[in-house]
Ligand binder design. Structure first.
Ligand code: PMV
Length: 325
């Protein structure tokens, strides 16, 4: 009853922003991401008959706070499914996701935890089933089951059975790069959970966001299949700006951006003025991710590293899905 799984994080090109069911984590809109090879979590889950409670270590340190509760509540899903109530587990996670990079380590974290738990309990889940389980740990994590380019279909049903991710193109379909531009190690002020909820409940721009999504999704998929970088980049950047606009229309209004966030956005626009195709996207935090093509890597990195307020730039290629160690 022991297994180790590795999962990579992902960055959304079409953002998931809003839940229709908080408990089951059912989204209001479908989203699309690329899995990144630079950032991952490796987790060992060992269910043992003699344990009195779950034990969770992260990067070799025992965790007893709210993160522990989230893990142990999540393990209950698997215990219930496998009919192993009362069998506790040792969970050891190593996170290769620098928190400062502004990636939600919850994506790779819950994907690795789900995969290792399912394997340890010999549940023999399909990818679809595993993605559904992962979704209930953290929404965006359900996309990290697969490598390459991945869509999370929001589904229609109230029970969430049709809300899971599918791969739309494998890792070797297209070699694009993503630079994570680190601005600050500061914790974000408004978590994605709270930010989404406030936006759904109060933003006067939320309906506009939802209306615009089917077209963005359809067109970006065409762009990915055709490896049309300018099309994909332009849609991803515009989609990110629309998502962030909804936060300004919320009440109380809020933004994830800092002054340096805008400085990096302008650097990316300058790159384009100099005929280097580069596009940005930003999640629920101040750091910026920049998409570019391999042949432009040196010029893009030189420009980003020399932008005021940038402390580090971490490069990723397109990554693969869950693997077992
Ligand atoms: O899955 P969560 O709760 O970490 O939310 C992720 C939300 C965004 O990163 C902003 C968008 C996305 O689709 O990943």
């Amino acid at each position: 009853m022991r297994a180790t799984a590795k999962a990579h994080t992902n960055i959304a090109l079409i953002k998931y922003w809003g839940k229709r069911n908080e408990e089951l984590i059912l989204p209001t809109n479908s989203s699309l991401s690329v899995t990144l090879d630079g950032f991952y979590t490796e987790t060992t889950v060992h269910f043992k008959e003699d344990l009195k409670r779950d034990i969770f270590t992260l990067n070799k340190e025992e965790i007893t706070n709210i993160a522990y509760d989230r893990v142990t509540n999540y393990l209950d899903l698997f215990r219930n499914y496998a009919n192993k109530q009362g069998v506790f587990a040792e969970v050891h996670s190593i996170n290769k996701v620098p928190t400062a990079a502004g990636f939600a380590s919850s994506a790779s974290g819950f994907a690795a935890l789900a995969a290792a738990s399912a394997k340890a309990l010999q549940l023999h889940l399909t990818d679809e089933e595993l993605s559904r389980f992962t979704r209930q740990g953290s929404g965006s994590a359900c996309r990290s089951i697969y490598g390459g380019f991945v869509e999370w279909e929001k589904g229609q049903r109230d029970d969430g059975m049709d809300s899971f991710a599918i791969q739309i193109a494998p890792q070797d379909h297209w070699d694009i790069r993503v630079a994570a531009v680190v601005l600050t190690a500061k914790e974000k002020d408004v978590s994605s959970r709270i930010g989404m909820k406030r936006t759904v409940d109060t933003s006067v721009f939320y309906d506009g966001w939802l209306e615009s999504l089917p077209k963005d999704l359809q067109e970006i998929k065409e762009g990915i299949m055709a490896c049309d970088f300018e099309k994909v980049g332009a849609i991803a950047e515009a989609n990110c700006l629309k998502m962030h606009a909804t936060t300004l229309g919320a009440y109380p209004p809020f933004t994830y951006w800092q002054d340096t966030t805008m400085t990096v956005m302008q650097t990316v626009q300058q790159l384009r003025k100099n005929n280097i195709p580069a596009y940005f996207t930003i999640d629920a935090g101040p750091n910026v991710k920049v998409l570019y093509l391999p042949e432009d890597e040196q010029r893009v990195l030189d420009k980003l590293q020399n932008t005021e307020g940038v402390s580090e730039v971490i490069v990723s290629k397109v990554g693969n899905g869950i693997s077992y160690v």
